[in-house]
Design a binder for this molecule. Structure first.
Ligand code: HEM
Length: 309
């Protein structure tokens, strides 16, 4: 058998000629052997390979044991790869921020200022002062109409999307399957939101849309107009405004707490004092709601509506 070793200086193989095989005897022996892939050259066809330099890391160690993860792809607009639920809940959240700007102006004009001045005509002056900011052709759609439309419709779209996901996950095929699978649960805040839609719509209809058709413009709608409504229809006005303010304030305060991660269901399950924390949050949010609604009604019904005079 040939002795193949490398001469480290010349890198040439060293062949020990004493033990080299006799090509004639090898040819006889190879007649019984199956054909080799090197086309019958036998062992003599072996190629001499260059030793690999020690500094070079072997290929199998070059890469990590685990294949590298796919690089995070971003969508065309660079918005990331989130599902529809992510975007819909973000839209629902940010649209409520815009409406909060209007709500702050509104509570100041119809409740806080009347409470401070204790006079409807005096409060009207302040109302007229700030009205151009939220009732211009640009600001009213941007701060009120559009955010509200977007807020409610994104909430409905989110609900329909989650419903579709649940049906898909359960493999619902027939109408019977669909009926058996419950809809996504309706939180108290969402229920208040739906109750607020007809109440707020009626308020918009009577203070912004109807005067436009009846009088051609609604610049004369001010606190005196509301006070006149209270005088003509005391029970309906009292009940309607109480429901609007109560439902609206509870929805907005619980909704804001939800965005801030302050609602009881957002207390971490691992928290050792979670029962106490949940209770505190529940009382805290309801106390803030009662305080805001109380102040709003004191100014709106007490001063503007003239209730108790
Ligand atoms: C600045 C004020 C507001 C805030 C902070 C707010 C916040 C929220 C939040 C957090 C939700 C989701 C509740 C949940 O999924 O558990 C929600 C849903 C809803 N909001 Fe508001 N909201 C505001 C104003 C309004 C107004 C003025 C209306 C109606 C006129 C309204 C109507 C609704 C409706 C209908 C839903 C239910 C959507 C659904 O989940 O199916 N919101 N709101």
């Amino acid at each position: 058998m040939a002795d193949y070793r490398h001469n480290l200086n010349t890198k040439e193989p060293i062949v020990n000629s004493e033990s080299a095989p006799n090509p004639d005897t090898m040819a006889d022996a190879s007649a019984d052997l199956p054909p080799t892939p090197d086309g019958g050259e036998g062992l003599m066809g072996l190629t001499n390979v260059e030793p690999s330099p020690v500094e070079e890391t072997p290929a199998e160690f070059k890469e990590d044991y685990f294949p590298a993860t796919e690089p995070q792809r971003t969508s065309t607009l660079g918005l990331g790869n989130h599902g529809p639920a992510y975007y819909l809940s973000r839209i629902q959240r940010y649209s409520s921020y815009a409406f909060t700007v209007f709500s702050s102006f509104h509570i100041a004009n119809v409740s806080l200022i009347p409470l401070l001045t204790r006079s409807v005509p005096e409060s009207n002056r302040y109302l007229l002062l700030t009205r151009p900011y939220y009732q211009s052709t640009l600001t009213e759609p941007l701060l009120v109409a559009l955010p509200l439309l977007v807020h409610v419709s994104s909430g409905i779209a989110l609900r329909l999307y989650r419903r579709r996901q649940t049906l898909r996950r359960h493999g619902a095929e027939t109408t019977g399957d669909r009926k058996r699978i419950p809809w996504p649960s309706l939180s108290g805040t969402s229920a208040l939101g739906y109750a607020l839609v007809p109440l707020a719509s009626f308020h918009v209809l009577t203070t912004r849309i109807m005067p436009l058709y009846m009088h051609g413009d609604n610049s004369m709608i001010n606190l005196s107009y509301i006070a006149h409504g209270f005088h003509l229809y005391p029970i309906v006005s009292f009940a309607g405004f109480t429901a609007l303010v109560g439902v609206g304030v509870w929805h907005v305060v619980w909704g804001a707490a939800r965005w801030l991660d302050w609602v009881p269901s957002q207390v971490r399950d691992t928290d050792s004092r979670r029962h106490l924390r949940k209770k505190r949050r529940w009382y805290g949010i309801n106390s803030v709601s009662a305080l805001v609604a109380g102040v709003w009604l004191a100014g709106g019904l007490g001063i503007v509506g003239g209730v108790g005079r």
